[in-house]
Design a protein around this ligand. Structure first.
Ligand SMILES: [Zn+2]
Ligand SMILES: [Zn+2]
Length: 280
């Protein structure tokens, strides 16, 4: 069993109300050996309110991480971050990673052309398949910008938010054909993303949030996980992307089989930015 969650949000992220301690207590309840907190830092996020969104208060964040790691000795608190990349904030992203003693750094594409694909506006600029492809092309640009990260987060995240998928998910259905069609239409770009990651010694994650969002798959899809492995990729972390205690370790019981069928004998946990390979 996988006993550590490497992608976890707390109230330090704009989109979570859960105290860090409540997430950690859930980890203890599940018998986890560690929890890696990866709260959001999305510099220059286009906020829809007067308040800035997704700006992490890094000093307070580390204070709480340190307090909890002193308080609980039966679970390890790993100190991570999920950095949302985009072109105009690369300097800030490079700096924060250098400045703080993170155990683990996830970089992700949350914005494309400064638009959140979660919002309908993103989809007004072309047909669905072009907009999906554009997300991957943006990710390819992002990973080449020289930010020092460990893994790239939820590579096929875009599929959660296409107008069609939102409708299908709301109806509680899964449209496998649609997902596979759009995945194969962008597979050449995804392959290039994976090749660059592998060349740079970077990993990917298996994000079980995909199951929570009703995709019937993790993010990225098994096809992408398998291709990463076939191309020579070895570093894969396991995270739920939980924003509430009840989602910590979400569907982790499905992960060993997926990893095995995609050719992975190990998964990875990062401490002090160093990969530690664990047998699946
Ligand atoms: Zn994310
Ligand atoms: Zn996340």
């Amino acid at each position: 069993m996988i006993k550590s969650d490497s992608h976890v949000h707390t109230a330090f992220s704009t989109d979570s109300q859960s105290p860090m301690e409540s997430m950690l207590l859930r980890g203890i309840e599940l018998g986890f050996s560690s929890v890696c907190f990866t709260d959001h830092m999305d510099y220059d996020f286009p906020s829809e309110t007067d308040e800035p969104e997704f700006l992490l208060d890094v000093e307070s964040y580390f204070n709480e991480l340190n307090r909890l790691s002193g308080k609980y000795t039966n679970i390890k608190v790993r100190k991570g971050i999920e950095l949302g990349l985009k072109e105009n904030i690369i300097g800030e992203c490079r700096d924060i990673v250098k400045k703080y003693p993170f155990d683990f750094v996830i970089c992700s594409t949350h914005l494309v052309d400064n638009m959140d694909p979660y919002n309908e506006r993103y989809w007004e600029y072309g047909d669905e398949s072009e907009r999906i492809r554009h997300y991957y092309e943006t990710t390819l640009d992002n990973i080449k910008m020289g930010v020092d990260f460990d893994v790239y987060g939820h590579i096929d995240y875009i599929i959660r938010y296409t107008p069609y998928m939102k409708k299908v998910r709301a109806e509680g259905r899964i449209d496998e054909e649609y997902m596979m069609k759009h995945l194969s239409k962008s597979m050449d770009v995804i392959e290039e993303i994976l090749k660059v990651l592998i060349h740079n010694g970077k990993g990917i994650e298996i994000n079980t949030g995909g199951f929570k969002y009703g995709l019937g798959h993790p993010n990225p899809n098994e096809k992408v996980l398998k291709l990463y492995r076939e191309l020579g990729g070895e570093i894969i972390t396991v995270g739920s992307d939980a924003h509430e205690p009840k989602h910590l370790g979400y569907d982790f019981n499905k992960v060993p089989e997926i990893l095995g069928s995609c050719g992975f004998r190990y998964y990875t946990e990062f401490t002090g930015r160093k990969p530690d390979m664990k047998v699946v």
